[in-house]
Design a binder for this molecule. Sequence first.
Ligand SMILES: Cc1cc2nc3c(=O)[nH]c(=O)nc-3n(C[C@H](O)[C@H](O)[C@H](O)COP(=O)(O)OP(=O)(O)OC[C@H]3O[C@@H](n4cnc5c(N)ncnc54)[C@H](O)[C@@H]3O)c2cc1C
Length: 142
Amino acid sequence: MIRGCDYLHIYRHASSDRLNDLSWRLRAEHGAQLELLDSAALHDKQPALAEHYKQAVLVYDQGFTINPSRLVRALVDQFIADGGEYQQMEVTDLITNHGQLSSVKTESTSINAAALVIAAGAWSTRLTRLLGIDLPLENGRG
Ligand SMILES: Cc1cc2nc3c(=O)[nH]c(=O)nc-3n(C[C@H](O)[C@H](O)[C@H](O)COP(=O)(O)OP(=O)(O)OC[C@H]3O[C@@H](n4cnc5c(N)ncnc54)[C@H](O)[C@@H]3O)c2cc1C
């Protein structure tokens, strides 16, 4: 369900300083293997690409799923098989007591919780703010 591949991030304008951009520095610091391609190398690799793309960053050893829905279902099934419980409801508030999380409020109930994993994607900061945590989270796509 997961296929390995390299990634190409393409740019219309070339910059000799490209790999010093924060997002590339962070990836490199976390072990990503990066290569800056000039226009000739880029079009050699992707001959069908429009001429106005002048530079690319090649990221080695990446991957993608050919079936995101099946992958997520398999992870949920494993979570339940390991003793987890799945419920679908909107979290509306996080209640703390003396600076410690005590419960998670939803539209229909309240669940006691001393610990919480927030995995709400682009909406995660709405929930972290309820705990007074302002995360510098930037959304991306593609
Ligand atoms: C238009 C678009 C195109 C994209 N294309 C690609 C692509 O081609 N390839 C790629 O790799 N990535 C793509 N992405 C990015 C990808 O969708 C995200 O990186 C990925 O979905 C993040 O996964 P996640 O589990 O962190 O969050 P999500 O998949 O966003 O899941 C977060 C979940 O939390 C739920 N939630 C939020 N708030 C609450 C709350 N208060 N209570 C309960 N539940 C809540 C949401 O309903 C959602 O189900 C794209 C994103 C967008 C917007």
